[in-house]
Design a protein around this ligand. Structure first.
Ligand code: MN
Length: 402
């Protein structure tokens, strides 16, 4: 059975047809914030429609975040998606639904999720190899553990901010390799990391690992994510405990959360893992995602990283993150790490695009090594949809301020 397209004006065949249906939290004028669903260039105000339909789950739409909806678990997610698809494709629902379609430009989108814990991985072979070559030029680019486990660190959940939030250039300790002592001041090597974020809906019990095969039982959806990074602060502080203040000043996420079900047509085989990972990290079937990313700097596309090139899959990240018995909470966010492909124009950070700041790259008629004050970065993501076209994931924008 093919899903019919939407009757909503402009939605059919667009990146926001019924095969997408991302969730967000919105407000209009001085109304209470609540959960909405994007269709075409509208937000469906699901609260009055679900109340009129006497939907059991109508309460999840009256909330200021997606967390109560996400906590309901996969059966509820599926039934809500079926209900929404029916509303937006069946002409007989039009009279009920149409008055509650609000043009996007009339709403303000709010942070979609109350982030619980935040973990950032390092799952791209090309990114890890590039960084290894730059940070440890006299050693093997990949450290011995890299091909055996998805390397990650705990980030700062409290500084995850929604797309559009200005990014204040961080200050901290920096030490040039040839300097004898560190100095304090604003980062001179402010960078981006184009990543994909995974949002946990259904929690798990402390002491019980979540297997890779249970990924879709726990992960609600995906967000675009920019892991802003101060490379000079990072390079001086990261040994031996990993990233800290070079990362924790801000992480931007999209204001729309794309449900996992919208990515049904996007699963692809991983590029290949050698050596085969330990049994708890084994995955069956296509575990990678064919998501195309576009990095735009000051209006110019500077890179197109392919998510399909990622070495470690999100299911393996989840399995690894919980294999010690650590529990999941609703709102946990874990991110892929910088998405970089093998080619130069597929690198997801300026560190790599400028090869450690040594090779300025073109941004339109201008050049850059790292970010300057006033620079604006937008990350855009698309994936194959189940209707044959492409769906758009939430974009992530941010401007650097001094
Ligand atoms: Mn990162």
């Amino acid at each position: 059975m093919t899903t019919p397209t939407s009757w909503v004006e402009g939605a059919a065949g667009s990146p926001y047809d019924v095969d997408n249906l991302p969730y967000g939290v919105f407000t209009r004028a001085d109304e209470d914030p609540r959960v909405g669903v994007r269709i075409g260039d509208f937000v469906l105000d699901a609260t009055p429609v679900s109340a009129a339909d006497m939907l059991d789950l109508h309460h999840v739409f009256e909330e200021r975040s997606l967390n109560p909806l996400m906590a309901e678990g996969p059966l509820a997610w599926r039934s809500l998606r079926q209900w929404l698809t029916g509303l937006l494709t069946d002409e007989t629902e039009r009279d009920l639904v149409e008055p509650h379609l609000i043009p996007l430009d009339e709403v303000e989108l709010l942070p979609p999720v109350e982030v619980a814990d935040y973990v950032d991985f390092y799952a791209s072979l090309d990114h890890a190899s590039n960084v290894g070559k730059m940070f440890r030029p006299d050693q093997e680019p990949l450290l011995p553990n890299w091909r055996h486990l998805p390397v990650g660190y705990h980030g700062r959940a409290g500084t995850v901010v929604p797309s559009g939030t200005p990014i204040v250039r961080p200050s901290g300790q920096r030490k040039a390799p040839d300097a004898t002592a560190p100095t304090f001041g604003p980062s001179a090597r402010l960078d981006i990391e184009a990543e994909l974020g995974f949002v946990v809906g259904a929690p798990s019990a402390l002491g019980t690992p979540v297997g890779a095969a249970s990924f879709a039982d726990h992960v609600f959806g995906v967000v675009g994510l920019n892991d802003w990074s101060a490379r000079d602060i990072q390079a001086w502080e990261y040994v031996p405990l990993g990233p800290f203040l070079g990362k924790s000043f801000a992480t931007s996420i999209s204001r729309w959360v794309t449900p996992l079900a919208a990515l049904d047509a996007a699963w692809v085989d991983l590029p290949g893992q050698d050596p085969a990972p330990l049994p708890y990290l084994a995955v069956d079937g296509p575990a990678g995602l064919d998501i195309s990313v576009e990095v735009e700097l000051n209006g110019e596309v500077v890179s197109r990283p392919p998510y399909s090139s990622m070495y470690w899959s999100p299911a393996q990240m989840l399995a690894h993150m919980t294999v010690n018995g650590a529990s999941l909470r609703t709102g946990d966010l874990f991110a892929s790490g910088t998405i970089s492909g093998p080619d130069k124009e597929q690198r997801g950070s300026l560190l790599e695009l400028s090869w450690g700041g040594k090779e300025p790259f073109a941004v339109g008629d201008d050049t850059r090594t790292f970010l300057e004050d006033g620079d604006r970065v937008v990350l855009r993501y698309t994936a194959p949809g189940t209707l044959g076209g492409r769906i758009a994931l939430g974009e992530v924008a941010g401007e650097v301020v001094s």
